[in-house]
Design a binder for this molecule. Sequence first.
Ligand code: GLA
Length: 408
Amino acid sequence: MEFAWWLVAAGAVLCLPGVPGLNNGLALTPPMGWLHWERFLCETNCERDPNNCISEQLFMQMADMMVTNGWLDAGYKYLCIDDCWLATKRDENNRLQADSTRFPGGIKKLADYVHARGLLLGIYQDVGKMTCAGYPGSEGFYELDAQTFADWGVDLLKFDGCNYESLEQLEEGYRRMAIALNHTGRNIVYSCEWPLYARGMSKVNYTEVAEYCNSWRNFGDILDSWSSVKSVIDFTATLQDQLVPAAGPGAWNDPDMLVIGNFGLSWGQEVTQMALWSIMAAPLLMSNDLRDINPRSKALLQNQEVISINQDSLGAQGYRVLKADNFELWEKPLAGGCLAVSVTNRQEIGGPRWFLLFRSMLWKGLACKNKCYLTQLLPTRHEYGSFNATFSLELLVNPSSTVLLRVD
Ligand code: GLA
């Protein structure tokens, strides 16, 4: 049994409030919303696929869904545009412009539409010469583009890292855009991909990344598949000694979008993604079709008790404490000395398996000394009741699924 005592100590350190993040007062809990990329990619042919092409109509429909179907009430407030919204050229004043066929009203009109419904608007650009899909990038225009976004009423910027010239240009570009956004005076959450692109060329300085960005991607793009979700979880655990201390209010590791409600995950795997993204204090940015989502996935994504683990005010990122016998045990310290705990069954042959959870496996900082109240939140809600200081609990976990608990 491999037991990471040093991480328990790290967890205790994380309970101290005030882990420094970008000092713009934003994203004090992980941003929640919807982002088009994984589900809708870069379909620009609206004649062929009018309902799914990247157009203002798509975003207006999603905005309507977010308000009428309980998403906004559940906390999902950022409606985010990804790549492929741009015209192929800047205007005569070098300002960015949206594709005029697909966004006839322009981004300002879309922002007004979104704001009128109580939502916030996110947009996408790139630090290099071109975006990943080949549209004009921000290189050479950081200040102008930041001002353009502010003028339009944009509330979040996802800043990608394709087509940069050197590591220096990439890093300088990320810094300059952060400063430019702050100079506009508008509240704009800054979501970076800096570590993803810098990794391999240098050791990522997470202290610096957290000083400039509200969130940052560390790994490649998530796909609508269990193998992809698993690889993100595994990457995060492998790098947790670097990632976990960097996270805190205003600064979040971003394991990429929630793909719950699409085609690739079984029910148990959807439960695992929701549980682990909550434990990891990840931005909860769904990429799915809110016009057509099954009720079970919707209820999972809107589960308030699970969301409250993700949104916990302490802002500690959870970590893996144990990996043994094809089980993984993760925990996330919560405000008030409480704890979220997840057990994932990583064995993909056979049926449900029992995991025996002991109090001694968990965080020493738990406030409940002799009276811990245990509630299972996923896959179904169950109150186990009060336990003393030496409790143990047998949990039955389905293959590739997760049991999520809260200890108060
Ligand atoms: C990169 C990013 C993705 C998405 C695409 C758009 O691959 O990592 O999240 O934004 O670019 O082209």
